[in-house]
Design a protein around this ligand. Structure first.
Ligand SMILES: Cc1cc2nc3c(=O)[nH]c(=O)nc-3n(C[C@H](O)[C@H](O)[C@H](O)COP(=O)(O)OP(=O)(O)OC[C@H]3O[C@@H](n4cnc5c(N)ncnc54)[C@H](O)[C@@H]3O)c2cc1C
Length: 1001
């Protein structure tokens, strides 16, 4: 192919295309109508655009006119500020006052937005959809129908989705008998294209679809798709499997291959798959798919699109520290599309091609390449979205004839979410439609070869900056596990099997660098299978504590005298070791405390974050800070480690919290006596290995697992201890505070206690909450790691207006999750940590039966191991014990309130103040929560667990704890004594001039 010539022909064709539709604009940009005016205003005013899209999103939840008026005011301001464009069509209505005029205006706005949504949707139900399809076919457009739905959060919803498709196929089949093929007049629209054509979202068929549970997810989706594919085949139709977020990409490709490998579907080439050109993986995926099909003798059908989730993918990847899976230069997506289209067209003998684009350059490129490659016309077609780019589809019809519209239908709630996606697509700065039809960009620029643009942009990028290798990079959180990557899934399996080889070992104490095996030992077991011994752990006595303290005393001076930077280096080395061994460190947690893969990985990630963050913080704090500006004196504020720290750690974040508390104490110049929780002593030992690998001096860190009754108080009360860092229950925390306050003989300083204690955390569900998100996030916050996090949600406070809808979806979602050993990633919930925890949770379930009404007691759980039923109970009020006492297990209380004020009052009605959450789309209520919801960590419109070091410094107040936030800028200060040194610099009336450089901040 002569590229230059081809490109010229593409441009010529593009120009012709533009000419053929000159003067026309897509209806979304038509300013004679409300939508066009609003879009115009939105593109000129970013703030209005954000508010508008958010308002569109919440609109279908506003069931009363009062609520509608209130939200309009909250989103767009009062009467004066309301943009004129919103009032369009409301003749005579002045403003948004409380009276009839206000209601009228609100109603007009509502119905304007509703009709905007209807522009992209062919109906709210099947019969409306069929009517529109009939009309479209009369205009010679073929279709592919898609059923819109809310996010599938339960198996009930997934099965309903499946059923809807089976019914839709029946209806379309009987209706199609009345139709004639668009180009053939027969039973096909053209070539091989059947008249009945549907598109389906695979993840909606399985509520528990997750990359970490790859095999099972593929299996269930295949099973649920099979009857739909079979019916499509039976009626002679076509089905396309849509491509969704990147997390489902490999799952979807695998589903497609497995279905096509089945004997019954090997020849069914009307089963199509979507590929997204904006993904960096797609060149490789396409090659693999083509060569698989070639070698298997399977005929394919591929729809190529650029991809609809660009903003989502970039934001999520940045939040989680992952490589961005999509191209970030728009022209790269355009160029990839052309490259991949060419590959598919070259394979036309066994691969049918559907080009899904509204971009005239892209379409022209496909047309010219097809011509060049002599692809028969009936081996490819063009597809556009219903309601978008009407001039493009018309132009396409003129030249290509084979045009299919992607035609979704469904109710208003999912309809609005779909509308928001389309509005985003239309108004994105880089959108071809916006640039061509709203901004009138130059035709030549729009038709430019995207590969050329990419090369120019890359050239400019490489010359732009260089960075210094000597400066340490700013802190960044360790990336969360990305189980879409097969290597990461395999690494976990491998790590668990390696750990299993090492089970049952005997562990010593480590005192002054020496291994000390004791007579008394305790076995730590796998809570999912108590027969399996994880390790047998030596137990420290008071005498061992004395030995450790003596070693600390000897090492303290030298350790404290090291510069902060030098101590920080040990932490950086420790972080390096943990990073290299992350899967194995996580695997120990899976087996010893029953953590799910993702959470165990996140725990080690958090430990790494603490090391990296506190090291940097220490470097910052160890520069003496000059105070005051008076001449003739120098004042320096600096910090010194307090002395010897006792760190008493919990089992629920067995590495992260242990590592956070010990590393903070160490880097600030303290020696540390570390007592892990008995239930996670083997994971505690892994921390010892991390510090050994980092070269922490022998006398500075000691590992002393032991019984609380033997060494707990002894350690806390010991006169040599100057700081105690504790995380655990309120009862133990308060006891430590009390004991530490009493001064013992020989004690030289007042002890500082940093205690992170319990929580009775609530999430409020406002009457306009997005339930797709609220249900999923409440489930994760309440039942992730079996509810055994101090941040876990144990109360959900729901406004009565939305109560029935929320509770029904919540209960069904909870019913759908699987409970079993954490080492099998299929299970969402595992065992509680031990028999005591099991008994305690079971007793609270009994209490729940008395205090409220049980809505779900999910007792399909393994008989062996410390499993408990997931439980949801309603009818709880603040007077109930269930609303006040920390359970530390998967028992969720639902509390019903009449309004948002009551919700806040009830949320605040416990002794705790740790985490809290609000799901609301009312700016006023979100503001109210900021002001009145008294918790240490408040989360708006997201789950309430999983705080990240530095981004969300963590910790509570009231009975939830004393001390400042872990992973925050004040944390290290608690382990140090501040000292101010003042020097008089004047000698006989002469004082040096103070240079600006001397001022160190
Ligand atoms: C029939 C049909 C079916 C569809 N099915 C699916 C589907 O299954 N899955 C799916 O994800 N989408 C699907 N889409 C939506 C489709 O992805 C978008 O409509 C399409 O990306 C818009 O591209 P365009 O060529 O029309 O417009 P253009 O304006 O040329 O391209 C816009 C696209 O470029 C990409 N982009 C934007 N900014 C950047 C950037 N900075 N860097 C890199 N790339 C960027 C994005 O993909 C964006 O959507 C479908 C579309 C049609 C027409």
């Amino acid at each position: 192919m002569d590229r230059e010539k081809l490109n010229q022909r593409i441009k010529d064709r593009g120009r012709e295309f533009f000419k053929s539709i000159s003067g026309e604009a897509p209806s979304v940009f038509n300013k004679s109508w409300w939508t066009g005016k609003v879009m115009d205003w939105a593109m000129k005013n970013e703030n209005f655009k954000v508010q508008l899209f958010r308002f569109v999103d919440v609109l279908p939840y506003l069931s009363s006119s009062a609520s509608l008026v209130r939200h309009i005011q909250e989103y767009f301001g009062g009467e004066q500020e309301l943009p004129g464009v919103l009032k369009w069509g409301a003749r005579g209505a002045g403003g948004l006052g409380k009276g009839i005029a206000g209601k009228l205006l609100a109603k007009t706005i509502y119905s304007n937005i509703q009709s905007m949504a209807m522009q992209f949707i062919i109906g709210e139900n099947t019969s409306q959809a069929i009517k529109t399809l009939r009309k479209l076919r009369k205009d010679n457009f073929a279709f592919t129908v898609d059923i819109l739905g809310e996010a599938t959060v339960s198996e009930e919803e997934a099965l309903f989705y499946q059923k809807s498709y089976l019914e839709l196929l029946d209806v379309l089949h009987s209706e199609s008998k009345k139709w004639k093929g668009i180009l053939t007049g027969g039973d096909k629209d053209w070539g091989y294209a059947p008249m009945v054509n549907c598109s389906i979202k695979p993840s909606a068929l399985y509520s528990q679809a997750r990359a970490v549970d790859f095999e099972n997810t593929v299996d269930v989706i295949c099973k649920r798709l099979t009857p739909i594919v079979a019916k499509t085949k039976e009626i002679g139709g076509h089905l396309c499997i849509d491509m969704e977020q990147y997390a489902y990409k490999d799952i979807t490709i695998e589903v497609y291959k497995r279905l096509r490998s089945k004997e019954e579907f090997r020849d069914f080439d009307q089963l199509a798959l979507v590929l997204q050109a904006y993904l960096k993986d797609t060149d490789r995926d396409l090659e693999e798919l083509l060569s698989w099909a070639r070698s298997e003798g399977i005929r394919l059908s591929i729809r190529l699109v650029k991809g609809a989730y660009w903003d989502y993918e970039t934001v999520i990847a940045k939040q989680r520290g992952w490589e961005i899976p999509v191209y970030t230069i728009k022209a790269e997506s355009d160029a990839a599309f052309e490259r991949q289209a060419e590959r598919i067209l070259q394979s036309h003998e066994f691969c049918y091609f559907a080009c899904g684009s509204h971009n005239i350059r892209t379409i022209s490129a496909v047309m010219e390449m097809a011509k060049e490659l002599k692809v028969p016309e009936d081996r490819y077609e063009f597809q556009v979205l219903y309601g978008m780019a009407e001039p493009v589809r018309k132009g396409l019809l003129n030249v290509a004839k084979r045009v299919r519209l992607y035609a979704p239908y469904g109710e208003l709630i999912p309809g609005m979410a779909y509308l928001v996606r389309r509005l985003l697509e239309n108004t994105a700065n880089e959108s071809f439609l916006r640039q061509s039809f709203a901004e009138g960009a130059e035709m030549d620029r729009l038709l430019e070869d995207p590969q050329k643009i990419v090369e120019e942009k890359r050239k400019n990028k490489t010359t732009s900056h260089t960075s210094s290798a000597t400066t340490r990079t700013p802190f960044k959180n360790h990336p969360l596990a990305d189980f879409t990557k097969k290597e990461q899934r395999e690494a976990f399996v491998q790590a668990i099997s390696e750990v299993r080889q090492e089970l049952g070992r005997t562990y010593p104490l480590i005192i002054n660098g020496e291994e000390v095996y004791t007579q008394e030992k305790v076995a730590s077991v796998n809570p999912a299978n108590p027969q399996e011994v994880i390790g047998i752990v030596s137990q420290a006595s008071r005498e061992h504590i004395d030995r450790a303290l003596e070693a600390c005393r000897e090492s303290l001076y030298e350790w404290r005298q090291l510069s902060g930077e030098d101590r920080a280096k040990f932490l950086f080395r420790a972080a390096d070791y943990a990073r290299k061994n992350i899967f194995k460190l996580a695997a120990w947690q899976v087996l010893e405390v029953g953590k799910q893969w993702d959470q165990a990985h996140a725990d080690v990630g958090e430990a790494i974050d603490f090391l990296e963050y506190y090291a940097r913080e220490m470097i910052r704090l160890s520069r003496p800070r000059r105070m005051g500006r008076a001449p003739g004196e120098i004042n320096h504020l600096l910090y010194q480690g307090k002395g010897i720290a006792a760190v008493i750690a919990p089992w629920n974040f067995p590495l992260a919290i242990s590592c956070g508390m010990t590393s903070a104490a160490l880097v600030t110049g303290n020696c540390v006596i570390y007592k892990p929780a008995t239930l996670s002593s083997v994971v505690g030992y892994t921390l010892t290995s991390i510090y050994q690998a980092a070269g922490i001096p022998k006398g500075v860190f000691h590992y002393v697992p032991g019984k609380g009754s033997e060494i707990g108080d002894y350690l806390v009360e010991h006169p040599l201890i100057s700081v105690i860092a504790f995380t655990g229950s309120m009862e133990v925390g308060l006891r430590i505070v009390e004991r530490a306050a009493k001064v013992k003989e020989g004690q030289e300083q007042v002890k500082r206690v940093i205690a992170e204690m319990g929580g009775k955390n609530a999430i409020i569900i406002d009457d306009d909450a997005d339930l797709d998100e609220a249900v999923v996030d409440v489930i994760y916050s309440a039942f992730g790691y079996q509810g055994q996090k101090c941040s876990a949600c144990s109360r959900v406070i729901v406004l009565e207006e939305i109560y029935d809808r929320f509770v029904k979806r919540l209960v069904e979602a909870a019913r759908s999750i699987s409970i079993g050993p954490a080492e099998d990633p299929h299970h969402y919930m595992g065992p509680v940590v031990d028999e005591n925890a099991q008994k305690k949770v079971l007793s609270y379930i009994e209490l729940a039966k008395k205090e409220g009404k049980i809505l779900l007691l999910k007792d399909d759980i393994p008989q062996q191991g410390y499993f408990v039923p997931l439980t949801i109970v309603e009818g709880i009020t603040p007077e109930h014990r269930l609303a006040q006492e920390e359970i530390f297990g998967p028992v969720l209380s639902i509390m019903k309130v009449k309004d948002f004020d009551q919700a806040i009052d009830w949320a605040n009605s416990t002794r705790y103040a740790l985490t809290g959450g609000v799901f609301s789309r009312s700016p006023r209520n979100l503001q109210k929560a900021r002001e009145r919801f008294r918790v240490g960590n408040l989360y708006l419109n997201r789950g309430i667990t999983g705080a990240l070091v530095e981004r969300q410094p963590f910790g509570g107040f009231k009975m939830s704890g004393v001390g400042s936030k872990a992973g925050g800028p004040d944390y290290l200060l608690q382990f140090m004594d501040p000292i101010c040194i003042t020097e008089n610099t004047m000698r006989r009336g002469f004082a040096p001039i103070c240079e600006e450089d001397d001022w160190i901040e």
